[in-house]
Design a protein around this ligand. Structure first.
Ligand SMILES: [Zn+2]
Length: 418
């Protein structure tokens, strides 16, 4: 079944839309909780009804994690234990499964090993994992890329994806972009033949793409020709345009997306507060790992001052005031300076306040993750009001220019909203 997008209201590039995929209907802007394990799944499942998270409409998961969380074994286990959480999350959220093809060019051993556990992985992909990286001739071979596309899209559907994404290898420049465009084009036909939603997917590995007007215009030209219902973008962990030229072309890209003929839903995958800022630019849905954005491609680096983190197992916490993910040691100081209160007034944080200073990692790691979709839900509620009031630019500018945001790298984006 095809996804349809209906425009309800616009303010600048931001808009309120209704996205329907079969019987699932969500209002956008919406947040997608990115889940990586059973705990994340349990957390989002409990939080959605308990905190009425109407603006959390999507659950996204890497195909590598989907195998464990949504695969056959997980289903069998759930049948035995009598838990039907998978069905529950499936019935009220749009499920997005990321093909995660960047690991075929990035040598991240743990992720490569997980790809190897797929019995039906096409042999040329399997071989490329044993070698250093995927070969140029394999990537440009039409028959092999068809095999790869069929395998990846069918795998996503097997795990219950609502929007099958084309398997996009890392885009680092014009050459890899051309290959990604070709894979996208083929997948449109494949999705059409199967009666699926047609999605376009750009898995961007270098912001250099936005240094080139040619790259931007070739993406827009292609999107104009294809009849994609949904456009998905992913920037490798934490990447965002920073150079003036990148920012200018990035802005042009979104302006042009907004001018495309038919209504489409735009999704930004695997991001953080940068995704939230992008809702003001015309992104409709952004996904964020509930555990904070961890770039698996980067090996852990020793801290600059050589001092070991005294709280290595406490994870990070989304501070709704400056939109940054704070380390526990920083958050602890902030808590004390803030009169023994966390910088958030959600029910979860309020309940943690009295015991925060003595909290164990086990008691902290669930609520700190649960607090994240609650914060995002609240931020999107505010944005919905601002779109209704045609005040997105002003409200985003005020947010970015506030005192708390003064040290945030996101602050440079306030020029978009001025
Ligand atoms: Zn909170």
């Amino acid at each position: 079944m095809r996804a349809t997008t209906e425009l309800i209201r616009e303010s600048g590039l931001a808009s309120i839309k209704r996205l329907s995929v079969g019987s699932k209907v969500i209002t956008t802007p919406s947040y997608s909780a990115e889940i990586r394990n059973w705990n994340d799944l349990r957390i989002i499942e409990r939080a959605k009804p308990n905190h009425r998270l109407d603006n959390v409409g999507v659950v996204s998961v890497s195909v590598l994690d989907a195998k464990t969380i949504l695969g056959q074994q997980a289903r069998t286990l759930m049948m035995f234990t009598g838990t039907e959480r998978e069905n529950k999350i499936r019935s009220d959220s749009i499920i997005l499964i990321d093909p995660s093809m960047e690991y075929f060019s990035h040598n991240v051993e743990s992720e490569r090993e997980r790809f190897l556990t797929f019995d039906n992985l096409p042999s040329f992909l399997r071989n490329s994992l044993y070698q250093d990286r995927i070969s140029e001739s394999d990537l440009s071979n039409e028959e092999l890329s068809m095999k790869c596309m069929e395998w990846s899209m069918n795998q996503q559907m097997k795990y219950g994806a609502d929007l099958p994404l084309p398997p996009c290898f890392s885009i680092t420049g014009m050459k890899s972009l051309a290959r990604a465009l070709e894979m996208n084009r083929r997948s449109q036909t494949y999705a059409k033949d199967n009666g699926w939603s047609r999605c376009a997917y750009f898995n961007i590995d270098s912001m250099k793409i936005f240094q080139s007007e040619e790259c931007v215009s070739s993406m827009i030209t292609a999107l104009n020709v294809w009849e994609a219902d949904v456009i998905v973008l992913k920037f490798r962990g934490g990447l965002m345009p920073k150079e003036p030229i990148e920012m200018a072309n990035y802005f042009t890209f979104f302006s042009k997306l907004n001018e495309l003929d038919s209504r489409k839903t735009v999704i930004l995958l695997n991001t953080d507060s940068f995704g939230y800022i992008n809702l003001g630019l015309g992104v409709d849905i952004f996904s964020e790992p509930m555990n904070g954005l961890i770039d698996k491609d980067v090996r852990p680096r020793p801290s600059r001052d050589g001092i070991r983190d005294p709280y290595p197992t406490y994870g990070k916490y989304l501070n709704p005031l400056d939109l940054r993910w704070w380390k526990f040691s920083q958050l602890r100081s902030l808590f004390i300076n803030n009169g023994n209160r966390l910088p958030c007034n959600c029910p979860i944080c309020r309940s943690i306040n009295p015991r925060f200073l003595a909290i164990s990692p086990n008691d902290w790691n669930i609520p700190r993750r649960e607090h994240c979709p609650i914060c995002r839900n609240e931020q999107i509620s505010e944005l919905l009001v601002n779109i209704h009031d045609s005040n997105v630019k002003g409200a985003m500018f005020a947010k970015l220019a506030s005192n708390e945001m003064s040290s945030s790298p996101l602050n440079i984006y306030k020029c978009w909203f001025s």
